[in-house]
Design a protein around this ligand. Sequence first.
Ligand code: PLP
Length: 442
Amino acid sequence: MSSFSPAERSVALDQALAAETGAYAARNPRSAAALATACAALPGGNTRSVLFHPPFPLSMARGEGCRLWDEDGHVYLDALGEFTAGLYGHSHPVIREAITQALDGGINLSSHTAREGLLAREIQRRFPAMELLRFTNSGTEANLLAIATAKAHTGRERVLVFRGAYHGGVLSFGGGGSPMNVPHAWLLARYNDLASAQALVAEHGAQLAAIVVEPMLGSGGCIPGEPAFLHGLRALATQCGALLILDEVMTSRLSYGGRQALLGLRPDLTTAGKYLGGGLSFGVFGGRAEVMAGFDPRRADAWAHAGTFNNNVLTLAAGHAGLSRVLDAGALQALNARGDALRERLNQVLQQQGVAMQYTGLGSLMSLHATAAPVQSPEDLAGTDARAKDLLFFALLARGVFTARRGMIALSLPFDEAECEALTQAFEDAVRAHRAVLPARG
Ligand SMILES: Cc1ncc(COP(=O)(O)O)c(C=O)c1O
């Protein structure tokens, strides 16, 4: 290991990062130009915050299977899988055929079609807690609707969420919240800390409409919820008459029935989206029949839930084809087993190189952290050095591996053993090249 003092290592880390980003900028002039053009009409050239990073993000030209090509012609292993929505890869023949067939029948038909019932039945089969469900255009919208449903059903105002959670663009609790958030009466507890939720429920339980929780913090760093914590929230919600909303937008892929099936946990409402729409825009919320029946338009007092594209035919066709013809329980199990094995190998690399970093996660989802200490909540990441993750992000790009800048990996079906091996090799090479400036094990 290096003989750097901490101060020297910090300077050397800055220098290594500057060298990686300088080489990146030199390699990618067309991506830089694409951003410059977009800047004329989009603030910072960006319309999706998570994708931006300095000096400029890559502009991708096309994808195929689990590979991506950028505007400058470099090819990458796509280890990000569109933040979990790209589970089928870029060109699955079954999904493509379903979309083409749907296109031939006309884009959006101004009416009910048989397709929404078909996709709904497929989703219900997997997630029996969704006794009745409705579609939206995104996971954000699904959570907005689920929370609105809980408030309408209970007649209560408050909503308990967790610091570091991400439930959508206007439901974001990283760093404790965002001025962009919808103005609900939020209560914020610490993730994986049942006592902190209990304390809030003891004080506010009578006004609580919902407890909203991800069974694993996804954007917050792939931090799994402890089973006792999640079951404890179930009991708390029941005890105070609030609805438990389980946000499975990312975790629904962890088994045929999502993480709720793995845990034997039955929420009142579930939200999901991402790959369930076959890779096109999608969201879904559903749960207990007596709650969701409030949307039945045959009722005089029905709640309204509109949305021009709630039943758009391309998403419904792609989603149904994927679930009914591709993504059976075996395929999901193999994908998640591959992810578990990959995470273990990447962590072995870090240990063997004496680097105090780790991947956390479950199955096919994982995220990198610049600490070797246990990570149970985002608070455990305070003070970790984001530059170490940045350095490995750029070092992986230089070696043809595309991950999220924040360190997230989400495997897709075509990302097979050979791709896991190639990723591991690239990671080992990147870590070896930079180990002297990365956080060292004590
Ligand atoms: C757990 C979770 N909930 C909700 C969302 C929002 O979904 P969408 O981006 O489709 O609006 C995300 C997106 O990453 C998510 O990870």
